[in-house]
Design a protein around this ligand. Structure first.
Ligand code: GDP
Ligand code: MG
Length: 164
């Protein structure tokens, strides 16, 4: 079977935008504010000679802080159960928040391969210093990307497929 890659992260970090960029079409719903999207969305992605199934675990995205954390835990559990590689997406503009750290702990304990991806790095010169803060999550090197501008996706994918 094809390897499964699941995208996990807080509401509004750009999971659906990244999913659509990799899927090559608009399948997942991108929202300006956290809200309701369809539950788990799948697409096959081909990169170089590799094919994998990508899952946007976004689902129904709440906006109260307690519910966000509960939802992130549920997403992470789905990813830990089903995925071969977990793509953990964080947002350089929001910075490192407590729920990121909690989910990172869950992912680290699962011993599944995790690729830490820092989105919204629209300019590498401007935002690179802010990316280093995410080393504190203790789950490896943060990969800077801009899903909107399609920056950094090749290096990110190289790390993802190295775990297959
Ligand atoms: P999700 O809730 O994690 O699925 O996030 P969405 O994909 O719905 O995106 C939330 C918001 O972030 C939308 O307004 C996107 O346009 C915006 N966004 C996503 N990726 C980027 C990026 O690389 N740079 C910037 N500046 N905004 C982004
Ligand atoms: Mg979404």
């Amino acid at each position: 079977r094809k390897p499964i890659v699941a995208v996990v992260g807080r509401p509004n970090v750009g999971k659906s935008t990244l999913f659509n960029a990799l899927a090559g079409q608009r399948i997942s719903i991108v929202q300006d504010t956290p809200g309701i999207t369809r539950d788990r969305i799948y697409a096959d992605v081909t990169w170089l000679d590799k094919v994998f199934t990508l899952i946007d675990t976004g689902g129904i995205e709440p906006d109260s802080r307690d519910v966000i954390l509960a939802q992130m835990r549920a997403q992470a559990e789905i990813a830990i159960e089903t995925a071969d590689v977990i793509l953990f997406l964080v947002d350089v503009k929001q910075g490192l928040v407590d729920s990121d750290a909690k989910v990172a702990d869950m992912l680290r304990r699962s011993r599944k391969p995790v690729v830490l991806v820092v989105n919204k790095v629209d300019s590498f010169e401007k935002y690179m210093t802010d990316v280093y803060e995410f080393y504190n999550l203790g789950i490896g090197d943060p990969h800077p990307i801009s899903a909107v501008n399609r920056l950094g996706l090749g290096d990110m994918l190289e790390d993802v497929v190295s775990h297959f």
